[in-house]
Design a protein around this ligand. Structure first.
Ligand SMILES: [Mg+2]
Length: 113
């Protein structure tokens, strides 16, 4: 297992490595790979919902998973990482784009009255 990376620059260093590795492994042409990487965000979001269903014990047929909330956390991380790889794939500077968008969203939200 690799050492966890924290902090935005280290996070993006890892995301760039993952993106480069995936670029080297895919058999698909770029545009189709972009479609698949963006689609995978939805796949991971579905996994969050599945974990949430088990964490809450909402489906009586499947019961309640005592590790459910840990799985929810893990799947939420997968959504973030998958989205960052997709962003790195389509953006000239994903790290700057994320910072720009975070500033926009935080301004909009923190200025609510
Ligand atoms: Mg997952």
């Amino acid at each position: 297992m690799t050492t966890p990376q924290t902090g935005t620059p280290l996070l993006f260093e890892t995301i760039r490595k993952i993106k480069a590795k995936l670029d080297g492994l895919t058999p698909l042409e770029r545009d189709l790979e972009v479609v698949m990487r963006i689609g995978k965000i939805g796949e991971e979001a579905g996994e969050v919902h599945e974990a949430l269903t088990l964490a809450l014990g909402q489906n009586p047929r499947k019961g309640k998973d005592p590790e459910g909330w840990t799985k929810v956390e893990n799947e939420l991380c997968d959504v973030v990482f998958t989205a960052l790889v997709a962003l790195e794939t389509v953006s000239e500077d994903a790290e700057a784009k994320l910072a720009e968008r975070l500033a926009y969203v935080s301004d909009r939200t923190l200025n609510l009255t």
